[in-house]
Write a protein that binds this ligand. Structure first.
Ligand code: DSN
Length: 478
């Protein structure tokens, strides 16, 4: 696409929106301006391509399409079939999966589809079998009661939240923590790394139906071959949620034992993190679970979003290009440069570094909570998010960690030299911020003191760092 075409497309779209509700057009333009100006280090965010963004803003949004390709509950889905089939084909080719389901609206949705598929495939329940065979009229009240009890009491073993696991891997605030009998495996307190012997021991004791691997705040690779062996040893289904690192799998940075697709029975992901697609989810699996996975909508999901599936097809086509592998590799080099820069300046990092796209700083070394650090960095133009660290004494709200990631800045073109400069800015802010006190003079976990001149100076340096790397350089909104 020429630069001119991108500018024309976005300008025209905003002009049309402005004609109806100018405040929405203004907010969209302001969002671009804000994203252009901030040093975005949120590990789960990225910048989708103009082609991906534009594929979402159209009349596909108007179409209902429950069902799957060629088997819909609504008429007139031939064009939706085209984009859904294309997205699934690109996903299968990109990840070497035999089946791809591209309808989930988010990572949570993708995980719910996967949980349903495993339950439906594995739970020994005569009532469930009747329901699956569409003999629902034969089920008595007692059958339905038994079915609910059997489905709702299955066991899941996942990585603990404070070790970096995700909410949907069986934790209380999420439905997965209420419908599954859940246990978790943590990390070795001395190294911060997954201890596979401990995982195997937990699996032997607990005998889960589902063993889940995957994380949103673990800065290391996971050996999926070993995890599959553990799952097999106790007859568990092995599920991997690769939402955070799907781009590193797609870009062939994670291969062999570290590529989940050949090892897991079922793999879920989002499409908008390191994979750099539209906001959404996806499930990959082998033929044995494909039929259950395809029942995702209307079993678990609301109507598919065909406009987002169109954008998934575009983004997955982009991820199949050779330059995506180069991008994925640079994400990791940048994260390692950021980690090295922080370590050299005295920061404490969970696991002492990274071999993926994210770094977890234990800010208690600076005498701060995660909440204080997050806000002080934000005041200085650096966007991060607070995160628990293993055995976090400050809980999930205040936390003791700051999670930072490089997918977004790598998309902008920043490299290892800029990561070292970023480490300097982060260290400057954190070392010059002190904890504040509440109204009663007691120590506060939220309040902090940072000289505004320091925040302003760092903000200016962060903006200067971004100047040579304009975001969406071809888009000029005038
Ligand atoms: N919210 C995502 C993240 O920030 O990691 C995970 O769901």
């Amino acid at each position: 696409m020429s630069r001119n075409a991108e500018s024309t497309a976005f300008r025209s779209a905003l002009e049309v929106v402005r004609g109806v509700e100018p405040r929405v057009a203004d907010a969209i333009a302001a969002e671009l301006a804000d994203q252009r100006e901030s040093l975005k280090l949120i590990a789960s965010e990225n910048y989708a391509s103009p082609a991906t963004l534009l594929a979402m803003g159209n009349w596909f949004s108007d179409k209902y399409a429950e069902g799957t390709v060629g088997r819909r509950f609504y008429a007139g889905c031939q064009n939706v079939d085209t984009v859904e089939a294309l997205a699934a084909e690109h996903a299968r080719e990109l990840f070497g999966a035999s089946h791809a389901y591209v309808q989930p609206h988010s990572g949570i949705d993708a995980n719910l589809v996967a949980f349903w598929a495993v339950l439906a495939d594995r739970v020994e329940s005569p009532a469930l079998r009747k329901a699956q065979a569409r003999q629902v009229n034969d089920l008595t009240e007692a059958d339905w009661f038994a079915l609910r009890r059997e489905l709702g009491n299955q066991r899941m073993l996942g990585m603990s939240l404070d070790a970096g696991g995700h909410l949907t891997h069986g934790f209380r605030p999420n439905i997965s923590g209420k419908m599954f009998d859940q246990r978790s495996y943590g990390t070795d307190p001395a190294t911060g790394l997954i201890d596979y012997d401990r995982v195997a021991e937990a699996a032997r004791e607990f005998k889960p139906l589902i063993l889940v691997a995957g994380y949103s705040a673990y800065p290391r690779k996971v050996n999926f071959r070993i995890m599959r062996e553990i799952a097999d040893s106790v007859g568990a289904t092995f599920m991997v949620d690769m939402a955070h690192f799907a781009g590193l799998v797609a870009g062939k940075v994670f291969t062999g034992d570290f590529d989940p697709v050949p090892h897991a029975h079922i793999v879920t992901t989002t499409t908008h993190k390191s994979l750099r697609g539209p906001r959404g989810g996806m499930v990959l699996c082998g033929p044995e679970l494909a039929d259950q996975v395809d029942r995702g909508c209307p079993m678990v999901l609301g109507g598919p979003l065909p406009h987002v599936m169109a954008a998934k097809a575009v983004a997955l086509a982009e991820a199949r290009r050779p330059d995506f592998a180069d991008y994925a590799q640079r994400i990791v080099y940048n994260a390692q440069a950021l980690a090295d820069g922080l370590l050299r300046r005295g920061a404490t990092l969970v696991t002492g570094g990274t071999d993926n796209h994210l770094v977890l700083i234990d800010v208690s070394g600076y005498g701060l909570t995660g909440r204080q650090a997050e806000q002080a960095l934000l005041d200085s133009g650096i966007v991060t998010n607070r995160n628990s660290v293993p055995q976090d004494p400050n809980g999930a709200w205040y936390t003791s960690g700051i999670r930072i990631g490089t997918p977004a800045l790598t998309t902008r073109g920043l490299g290892t030299a800029e990561m070292d400069a970023t480490a300097e800015l982060i260290h400057t802010v954190l070392s010059q911020t002190t904890p504040g006190t509440g109204p009663d003079g007691a120590p506060s976990k939220a309040k902090y003191v940072l000289d505004p001149a320091v925040a302003e100076s760092v903000g200016k340096q962060a903006a200067d760092l971004l100047t040579p790397f304009p975001l969406y350089p071809a888009v000029d909104l005038g």
